[in-house]
Design a protein around this ligand. Sequence first.
Ligand code: FES
Ligand SMILES: [Fe+2]
Length: 381
Amino acid sequence: MHVSIIEHSTYFTSLPREYYLSEEIFREELAKVITRQWLYAGHVSMLPQPGSYYVRDVGPESLIITRDEAGRVRAFFNVCRHRGFRICERGASGHVSKAFVCPYHRWSFATDGRLLGAPGAPDGAEFDYRDWGLHEAHCGVWFGAVFVYLGQEKPPALEDEMASFTGNREGLALVEPERMKLIHREVYDIAANWKTALENNSECYHCAQGHPSLGIACDYREFFLRPEETGRDVRDLGGERYFPFRDGMSTFSMNGDWVCGKRLGTPQDAGFAAGWIVAPNYAAGAFFADHAVLMDVLPISATRTRWQCEWYVHADAVEGEDYEVQKVVDVFHKTNCEDVEFIERNYDGVTSTRYVPGPQSARREPNVKDSLTAYLRLMAA
Ligand code: FES
Ligand SMILES: [Fe+2]
């Protein structure tokens, strides 16, 4: 039985301490939460043609994400059907002309997962090849982002799921996220439970004192105002999850100046933002007029979490001419490093026997409540 009430009359609280420490609860989360929702798994720009592929850790699994001969984006568990070997190495990417070949005993698999050959074991002699294709994960593409669903049952439609997490679809369409290219990725290993990371990333109560660089372009005060209270044309990022700009700032960068001369999609004005956020796993896409940042939080164990962040610019932007990687990456990398410190130090305190979750405000930290509510709904299912 799980807690069902985290709401009090004038505040809400996070989950009891054991939810952040227990490996047993973590195993339950894998079965009920992590494999029961669409998870961000990369970007179509990494799959330019049939046979393109990349290997990506998603939740507890390693997946081969590829474009098959018919041009469809597919996701296969990186597990050889012979003895379970990892067919592709962690982090590998590139192009296969015909097949993925397991390096252990040379079984080969087509880009649509079919077993093509097993040395010394012709099809039908000992077993039928059609019974031993790669296990496939549900896969979908939404505004250029690849999502996978690890559970075996039929998932909810990706389009419907994302619709519930996105405020400004029109904004997304304008920046044409499918026509971007990846210019940098950071992976942060965090000594904390994934829900501590989720909570941190879901609120901006800590931003003003915690993220001075991000605050150069971002007007944190507006996070705590409702759009009708701001009296400004603030572009919406998922309801209240928008990125409000300070006056005169063009994009989110260390000084608020543009970081890429080639704008995304249909060129937008200074101060433009659109995006999506998925709860209760935390994945987010933030799109500005000149670049985009996509990130996701990967639970590894009850006490370890991995956070990935990727930076994108227009597919035709030229490094050195239109942008410098460092300038695009700086502000969010710095902010992410600050957050990693917050998350680890927060988690360290949560491990204390004296920790009990304290009062949080639905006004200051509304997305924490949303994320935990979505989490508990899945845990109760
Ligand atoms: S485990 Fe892959 S071919 Fe044997
Ligand atoms: Fe933060």
